[in-house]
Design a protein around this ligand. Sequence first.
Ligand code: ADP
Ligand code: MG
Length: 327
Amino acid sequence: MEQETHLELVAVTKRYGSTVAVKAVDHKFKSGSYTCLLGPSGCGKSSTLRMIAGHESVTEGSIVLAGRDVANLPPAKRGTAMMFQNYALFPHLSVRENVAFSLKMKGVDTAVRHKSADDMLELVHLSELADRMPDQLSGGQQQRVALARALITRPQVLLLDEPLSALDPFLRIRMRAELRKLQKELGISFVHVTHGQDEALALADEIVVMNNAVIEQAGPARDVFNAPKTEFVAKFMGGHNVIALPQGKVAVRSDVVAPTGPGAGRIEATVDTVEYQGTHVSILTKSIGDTEITALVSDAAFFANPHNPGDTIGLTWDEKHQHALIA
Ligand code: ADP
Ligand code: MG
């Protein structure tokens, strides 16, 4: 069943002086889904997110949320909420008061807004810390306060800009699992900006890959990973080889490339380096024209038939795993 569109970008452009940060981008975000905007630094992710939030003006185009163009509405009137990279908590306010802040701005009385804040703190498992000050919290706890503070406005879309980048690797993985769970519980749309492909794969129902101010490819996470359409997407998502064949360039996942005897594969190559990775062994080879091709084989398969740097081998793969790239 086709999920309804809730948020739509129509020919959205952002210019800062002569810099085109976002170039006529069109995209339909599915309702109630977790979308990651993924791409290298400077490709226009934050600008896109800030235009959706209303923290940045739209140079051209429209942003349609639940059927109305919100491009000229102030942030608080859009039905979106934003969680920032550095959390931006007020240092002189307690956790409860931080979370209740936007309700205070709306003139909601103390008892009501504190009750609302406590409900949100329960949602993010921080009830016991309601009276603490931000500097008495760990990074992970501050992040949850920022999340509760964004969610208290009951947004239809939560916008998150690199929300995990300030956390250490262990916490990052734990928090991303919590974000994913929370999104499913709340059933609202999350749009999450990241430059990490592993983060996007772990979180997203849909991945939108951006490069140079445009969307290179968008689709379900598995489709984007398995069938990259451009060389950029294949390389950025990782785990793929880009191989020039007579009919054009193709992407082939490293883990479907198998070494075989010389002359027996699709391509002949020389083993360059062999890297043991625990469950797998990564064999980096060089083929005609110095093309690098990596074969990622299970440790059992490798040690049953080991290869050494300098060996000439064949490389083979099933044609169905080969995806033609748009030049
Ligand atoms: P990302 O979040 O993907 O790293 P940004 O949207 O922040 O990318 O930036 C896209 C481009 O716009 C970059 O070239 C950046 O230098 C430029 N840019 C971003 N914000 C501003 C600004 N406030 N003024 C001028 N240029 C900006
Ligand atoms: Mg950014």
